[in-house]
Design a protein around this ligand. Structure first.
Ligand code: UD1
Length: 370
C-alpha cells in the first residue's frame, strides 16, 4: 500500500479531541469524495481505503483543497483492497496505537448492472466478499459502527411509488442480489447481538435512489470510466457536444409524459445523509437502521432534459429508442423514515442538480483527466 503524495498521516497523540476517526472505503469515488468533504468539514479525521479501480486520487486532492484549513492533516489516503486483510489492518492501525477507528463508511464496491450480469462471480467476490472481510476486521478491532451503501436497486420493479422501506425486496440482477445479500449479512450480525447480548453493532443500510449533481464549486463530480450508462452523465456529454443526442429508452411508460420517472438526489444531500446517519448511530443504542435516501420527488427523463437545457443554456437533442431491459417505469422513494429518524431531508432540487452537474462537466470535460 502507498500513501499518495500530498497527504499526511496525523501522528497519534497530536489529535485534537474529539473528532470522530473514521475509515471510508471507496472514498475517492463519486459519492465517497463528496461524503469525505462533508465529513472533513464536520471536523472528522479520515482514513480512505480505495483501490482506485474506478476512481483517482485527484478527487481527494480537490476535496482537501475545498475543505481548506487543516484538512490535509485529517485525511490519510491508502491504496488497497477491502478483500485484503493486510490492507484493512493497515487502515485500522493508521492512527497508531490508541488512535482507534470508531466507525466505517463503506462505499467500496462494484455498481454497474450490465457488468454484474456478465461477471457475477466478480460482483459477489468484491461486494459480498469485501464486506465480509471488512466486518471481520471491524470486529477484530472493536469497531462496530458501520454506514453501508445500499441501493434502491433492492426493490427491483417496484409495485407502487413512493416506495417505503417495507416494500418487497426483489432484485432483478446480480448487482442488486449482492446488495440484498450484504443487507442480510448486516441483519444477521444484528440478530447475533440480540441473541448473545453485548457485542453492540450499530449499523445503517442506506438505500440510495439516483445520485446526481456535483459540489457547487464544480471541482469534484461524477467521472465515469468509459461510456456512461446513467442518465445525467450522458445528458451532460450531449450538452457539451461530445455526443450528438441522448437516447431515450421508451416514451410509452405509464408516467406523466411516457418517459421513465426517477427520484434524483443531489450528491451533496446524499453526503449529508451519511453524516446524519453516523451521528445518529453514534448517539443511539446498538441497532440496524435501514433507510431510503431519496427526495420523494419523481422527475421524468423529458423533465430532466428540459431542466438541463435551461440550466446549461445548451440544447440536448433526444432520440426515442426501445425500452431498456430491466428498467422500471417509476422509482420514487418514500423518504419519511429518514426524515423521522435522522432529521435529514433533501434540500436541493432538480435545478441545483442540473446546474451543479453542468458546472462540473463544463469545467472538467474529461473529468479528472482534464
Ligand atoms: C441505474 C441502475 C441502478 C443503479 C443506479 C445508480 C439499471 C437498470 N439500474 O438506475 O441499479 O443503482 O443506476 O444511479 O441500470 N435513460 C434514458 N437514456 C439513457 C440513460 C437512461 O432514457 O441514455 C433513462 C432510463 O431508462 C431511466 C432513467 O433514464 O428511466 C434513469 O436511468 P439511469 O440513470 O441509468 O438510472 P437507473 O436505471 O434508475
Amino acid at each position: 500500500m502507498t500513501c499518495p503524495a500530498g497527504f499526511t498521516l496525523m501522528p497519534s497523540g497530536q489529535a485534537k479531541s474529539p473528532p470522530q476517526r473514521l475509515l471510508v472505503t471507496g472514498g475517492a469515488g463519486f459519492i465517497g469524495s463528496h461524503t469525505c468533504l462533508v465529513l472533513l468539514e464536520a471536523g472528522r479525521e479520515l482514513v480512505v481505503l480505495d483501490d482506485f479501480s474506478n476512481s483517482c486520487g485527484e478527487s481527494l486532492r480537490r476535496v482537501v483543497e475545498l475543505a481548506g484549513g487543516d484538512a490535509a492533516e485529517r485525511l490519510l489516503v491508502l491504496e488497497g483492497d477491502v478483500r485484503e486483510a493486510k490492507d484493512l489492518e493497515q487502515a485500522f492501525e493508521a492512527f497508531g496505537p490508541g488512535g482507534s477507528i470508531e466507525a466505517v463508511v463503506h462505499f467500496a464496491g462494484l455498481k454497474a448492472v450490465g457488468e454484474s450480469v456478465a461477471e457475477p462471480l466478480r460482483y459477489w467476490d468484491v461486494n459480498v466478499g469485501g464486506t465480509v472481510r471488512l466486518l471481520e476486521a471491524m470486529a477484530a478491532h472493536g469497531c462496530r459502527t458501520l454506514v453501508f451503501s445500499s441501493s434502491a436497486t433492492v426493490y427491483g420493479m417496484p409495485e407502487r411509488v413512493p416506495i417505503p422501506e417495507t416494500a418487497p425486496i426483489q432484485p432483478i440482477n446480480p448487482y442488486g442480489q449482492t446488495k440484498v445479500a450484504e443487507e442480510h449479512l448486516l441483519a444477521d450480525l444484528r440478530a447475533a447481538d440480540d441473541g448473545r447480548g453485548r457485542s453492540g453493532w450499530r449499523l445503517a443500510c442506506l438505500r440510495y435512489f439516483n445520485p446526481v449533481g456535483a459540489h457547487p464549486s464544480g471541482r469534484i463530480g461524477e467521472d465515469p470510466l468509459g461510456v456512461p450508462s446513467n442518465l445525467f452523465p450522458l445528458i451532460s456529454q450531449v450538452a457539451l457536444g461530445r455526443r450528438d443526442c441522448l437516447p431515450v429508452f421508451g416514451d410509452d411508460w405509464p408516467t406523466a409524459d411516457g418517459t421513465g420517472e426517477r427520484d434524483f438526489i443531489h450528491v451533496m444531500d446524499l453526503a449529508e445523509g451519511h453524516l446524519a446517519a453516523l451521528d445518529h448511530l453514534h448517539q443511539g443504542e446498538p441497532q440496524l437502521l435501514t433507510l431510503n435516501l431519496g427526495s420523494g420527488q419523481g422527475h421524468t427523463v423529458r423533465q430532466v432534459v428540459a431542466a438541463y437545457e435551461e440550466a446549461s443554456g445548451q440544447s440536448v437533442p433526444v432520440r426515442v429508442e426501445a425500452r431498456r431491459e430491466g428498467d422500471a417505469a417509476r422509482s420514487v422513494a418514500d423518504p419519511d423514515a429518514a426524515a423521522r429518524s435522522l432529521g435529514w431531508c433533501c434540500r436541493r432540487g432538480l435545478v441545483e442538480m442540473c446546474r451543479d452537474s453542468w458546472h462540473w462537466q463544463r469545467q472538467n470535460p474529461e473529468g479528472y483527466r482534464t
